[in-house]
Design a binder for this molecule. Structure first.
Ligand code: SF4
Length: 244
């Protein structure tokens, strides 16, 4: 490592698999999951990239090292790299995006919108996922607006909101009314946090499907016809396992 070289805390890099949620659902992708998050959502399903007890598992990696792994996994065939976390906005990812773009790769990033970075403008897709009341978190809308401001006209931007109950649904309606020019994706919440090894997590598929049907009823009854309602496809296929 040379002095001053950017180091990014990595929880895991895996794929290719498919993007399981939101606007890119079904698209083949390699995930780069960074470690660390400024939130502690009550239902977080990526605790291994959030909680301090996993901190020792997060590897500081240089941009070159990350890029070697992404190109190895993808066979050097350009695809969309999904930058996820934790909150990937904690890290300095501008150099990684620049490196990948040189090779023809695209970059999608998902964040809750609590930290704005100027390199958001270099993304191809920005998924802003503000957290509803059931998360136990409070949205800082000024910080959220700053994310939009810094992203500018660079990436394609969408909103993705997890919904568990009536309060979450009302929050989603309010957020959608605030950003009328952004496509909105709703997804029923997944109540089952992963156990420490994250490999044997059982998912309450029936509960997810019940919430999905309830959500469809709500949006159709309200005449909310611009919204997309989607489940987390990867959770239905693989549960809360890591690395898929
Ligand atoms: Fe987990 Fe995302 Fe909430 Fe962070 S913002 S605690 S990664 S659900």
């Amino acid at each position: 490592m040379t002095a001053g070289e950017t180091q990014i805390r990595i929880s895991e890099i895996f794929g290719p698999t498919i993007q399981g949620e939101g606007v890119l659902m079904g698209l083949p992708t390699v995930f780069v999951r960074t470690g660390g998050c400024d939130y502690r959502c009550s239902w977080c399903d990526t605790l291994h990239a959030v909680a301090s007890e996993y901190r020792d598992h997060w590897l500081p990696m240089s941009i070159d090292a990350i890029w070697r792994e992404v190109t190895r996994l993808s066979g050097s065939r350009p695809l969309t790299v999904s930058l996820s976390g934790g909150n990937p906005a904690i890290q300095s990812l501008g150099g990684l995006i620049e490196r990948g773009h040189r090779d023809g790769y695209r970059f999608a990033l998902e964040t809750q919108g609590s930290l704005a970075k100027d390199w958001f403008a270099d993304l191809d897709v920005l998924v802003l996922s503000p957290k509803p009341p059931s998360s136990g978190m409070q949205t800082d809308w000024d910080a959220f607006d700053a994310c939009l401001r810094l992203a500018g006209n660079g990436p394609r931007i969408t909103l993705k909101i997890v919904v568990f109950d009536d309060d979450d649904y009302a929050y989603a309606r309010t957020a959608a009314a605030r950003y009328t020019d952004l496509p909105v994706y709703l997804q029923p919440g997944n109540h089952t946090p992963p156990p420490p090894d994250c490999d044997t997590a059982k998912v309450d598929v029936e509960g997810i499907m019940d919430r999905m049907l309830w959500l469809i009823d709500r949006v159709t009854a309200d005449g909310w016809f611009e919204v997309h309602v989607l489940p987390q496809l990867h959770v239905l296929l693989w549960g809360n396992r890591r690395g898929v």
